[in-house]
Write a protein that binds this ligand. Sequence first.
Ligand code: 5HY
Length: 254
Amino acid sequence: VTDSALTTRIKVINPNTSLAMTRLIGTAARGVAGVGTEIIAVSPPMGPASIESHYDEALAVPGILHEITHDGMLGERIDGYVIACFGDPGLDAARELAAGPVVGIAEAAMHAATMLGRRFSVVTTLGRTTGRAWDLASHYGFREHCASVYACEVPVLELEEPGSEASSLIEALARRAIDEDEADCIVLGCAGMADLCHRLSQNLGVPVIDGVSAAVGMVETLVRMRVSTSRREEYARPRPKVYEGLLEPFGLTV
Ligand code: 5HY
């Protein structure tokens, strides 16, 4: 048996087209991936430069789905996927297409947080995305565990800018969540914050969870358990139909 057959190949999709973030996400993913796991970190060839609104999120989904259907067409063996954007865009549609398991970073981070403490708080980027974080906590069944959601008001693509003070802003909001909202853990609300989690954990004295790392670990485990998305009903492959106009290439064969 060739070693490639023993390798778990996980594609981590940064749905925005900012390659610096894709590199940062790939580094976080490889930081937790086990021996024998290959991480393929990608951005789709189309989509928003960053995702900070419902509009951005909607326009990120075709690129995510392109990445998955493209693998199938190229015969590229991908054992599982991570959607590396805190809104978990396109997660359900991706599950209908992908042969292997698909995990979103918000979903994974919230699951991990509830394994480490009773309550968690989310610290995300723009205030306009805090509603989405609450919606996801409810959607995944963690509404009672989510103590609060804060926004540092630093746009996604400015997180890495030295002048943004993002790290100290995030730390101050996390400290407030711990002191005032009794958060036992902090969930970082953006894939672009992945590089901050260890230093923040040390400074704050509580687990600070990066969803990219959590999601890679969960996909890896599901693949090694030899389980994948249930094909009964909801996540069965979509029925073939015509997609008109610009979406014509998304037509599915049986
Ligand atoms: C993310 N946006 O993780 C989200 C964070 C956010 O481009 N990558 C993005 O602000 O929702």
